[in-house]
Design a binder for this molecule. Sequence first.
Ligand code: SF4
Length: 390
Amino acid sequence: MDLLNTLVDKGLRRELPTRDEALAVLATSDDELLDVVAAAGKVRRHWFGRRVKLNYLVNLKSGLCPEDCSYCSQRLGADTGILKYTWLKPDEASKAAAAGLAGGAKRVCLVASGRGPTDRDVDRVSDTIKTIKEENEGVEVCACLGLLSDGQAERLRGAGADAYNHNLNTSEATYGDITKTHTYADRVDTVQKAHAAGLSACSGLISGMGETDKDLVDVVFALRQLDADSVPVNFLIPFEGTPLAKEWNLTPQRCLRILAMVRFVCPDIEVRIAGGRELHLRTLQPLALHLANSIFLGDYLTSEGQAGKADLEMIADAGFEVETTDQVTLPEHRRGGGCGSVCGSEESANSACGSKEAEVPAAEAEVPEARTDLVAVRRRGAGTDLAPNA
Ligand code: SF4
């Protein structure tokens, strides 16, 4: 396929595909799927070899959020049956983090529900970051606390945070359909604040919320333009009790196409398979390792993932290796605060963003089965007396 040869060439040169090309990846047929995976896999191996970075989530504060994000099990008034608890103490968070690190994770992601942290919350999280860093040499710590106010990113950086996560989630055009209590611009602002403070910016998307292919391409192009170092790709977990509970839109094949598109648009950026991996990729999870170079180990914030041991076995069986703390995730040209001229290039970014909308045929309609049997609310690890899954 000329399309795939072109995309591989561009990926190896870190050149932005056109929007038409990105849309065409999403519109490929199931017959072409393995060719798509093989092509994006070449780009993945060129920049990241066969390494898989493992990240471990610690939910510092669960539920009780005043915001109304329609995809989220922690949203205001959601009747989802999730664990609800307030801030973990630094030693509790550090204990949870240690389990993930012992399981092979190199990054710990400290997440708290809420619109954004107060200054007191930043103090608490700073203490937690310091405790985790003191007790675990070489660990990377990412904070994910919502919208940041002026000066908070700098304080987190000063406490030792390496990265800050705040997802754009979907396109600017549809953001208002999924959340009313804050805006797309608010989210962009926080990613920019993190970046400006010298934190590695982690920002991603959620697919499967009923968005169009154009929305997906828009958000991925926006993430590249924001110069995120890592891009988590979530597949919606349609929690009962949320407005999106009936949105079962994803097939394993669709998930692979989405990951391939993200890899072509973000060739040298950490592409992370995030929530919904087990639920939507199911037995095709190992193929996704040819596209993404990073996954979460064990459980998610409010739902359970497959056993951490199963994650490790899958990586080994698929011929990949867990990235160690002495291996640097990003290619050399992206280290040390941004990628310089390529991703930030006005020319490359604007020319693609300004290209005409593709007139590619829509992918054949698929009606996936609702797999509610695979959604398990987290009942172990942080905030419980039970051992974490790592
Ligand atoms: S995504 Fe974050 S801000 Fe939105 S409802 Fe969930 S916890 Fe609250």
